[in-house]
Ligand binder design. Structure first.
Ligand code: GUN
Length: 299
């Protein structure tokens, strides 16, 4: 468990769930863990196809933070014109390489490529993004494996800031396999024990559903959809939405108005985004343990 980040509050009095601070603490903790284990080589490999600007930035950040945590990172870059066979070949080589512990295929892939067939090559141990059918199946069945990094990052914010979950009402908005569905499973599983409602674009009277929630996780990708009317006094509001607008990246939550009623809230940016990277690193260290890097197998 991470030490607690410093508590800070918004102007409206909500506790700020600071993803940057918690990510930095996670990086420090992982670095200390690797040092203590005698600095074994733990390797995260990324596969980036094409020249999408945001994807390049995300991958660069993942490499930077992996290095800060004391890991080795390897980047495989392929041209936007790469064929399905070339991409699958590159992934298969990383899968077969015993010095690689975690593999991340940056999404989206260019339109002519079939991402599902590429992801299907990843064994659950090396699927540190937790995105494949097998990883999600393991999550559903409660078997060891890697949970997807964004919903896992939300759980780390909740745990680290001491947000109560047992018996609490949680509403997750959005039913994607990347965030909403695994988020529902993580909040509802034994030990966390929230009672979870999964809301989506066809939910009628979302305000009424949300107003009874102790925890709201907004992952619909609809800019500013959660207003103060959706939030009960003191609720925890976590924003996973990412939309591009003229004023930059915006989340699903109207931060300015919600922070005056919420008990705790994530900033955007600086909330769930950095925690996605923190959990990628956490999953990579755990992958190394699963794959037999001996000093890491015990904890
Ligand atoms: N593209 C945007 N976010 C992510 C992520 O978390 N993982 C992968 N693989 N691709 C992404």
């Amino acid at each position: 468990m991470n030490p607690l980040p410093e508590f800070r509050y918004t102007d409206g009095g909500a506790m700020l769930l600071d993803g940057n601070a918690l990510r930095d603490l996670t990086v420090e903790r992982l670095r200390a863990k690797l040092d203590q284990a005698g600095s074994p080589e733990v390797c995260l490999a990324t596969v980036l196809v094409g020249d999408d600007g945001p994807s390049q930035i995300y991958v660069k950040m993942k490499h930077r933070k992996a290095t800060e945590a004391g890991m080795v990172s390897r980047g495989v870059e392929l041209a936007a014109s790469a064929t399905q066979h070339e991409v699958e070949q590159a992934v298969a080589e990383l899968v077969a390489d015993p010095s690689v512990h975690g593999i991340l295929v940056q999404l989206p892939l260019p339109d002519h490529l079939d991402a599902e067939s590429v992801l299907a090559l990843l064994p659950p141990e090396k699927d540190v993004d937790g995105l494949t059918d097998r990883s999600l199946g393991r999550l559903v069945r409660g078997l060891p494996g890697h949970a997807p990094c964004t919903p896992l990052g939300v759980m780390r914010l909740i745990e680290s800031y001491g947000i109560e979950t047992v018996g609490k009402r949680a509403v997750v908005i959005g039913r994607s396999t990347l965030v909403g569905l695994p988020q529902m499973l993580l909040l509802g599983r034994k030990g966390c024990d929230a009672t979870v409602t999964l809301a989506h674009s066809r939910t009628s009277d979302l305000i009424e559903v949300c107003r009874h929630a102790d925890i709201i996780v907004a992952a619909a990708g609809q800019a500013g959809m959660i207003t103060r009317d959706h939030v009960q006094l003191g609720a925890t509001v976590i924003d996973v939405g990412v939309s591009r607008s003229e004023s930059g990246i915006v989340g699903d939550v109207c931060f300015d108005e919600v922070q005056s009623v919420a008990g705790a809230i994530t900033p955007m940016p600086g909330g769930t985004g950095p925690m996605t990277i923190a959990c990628l690193l956490e999953n990579t260290v755990s992958a190394a343990g699963m794959l037999g890097v001996s000093a890491l197998t015990l904890s």
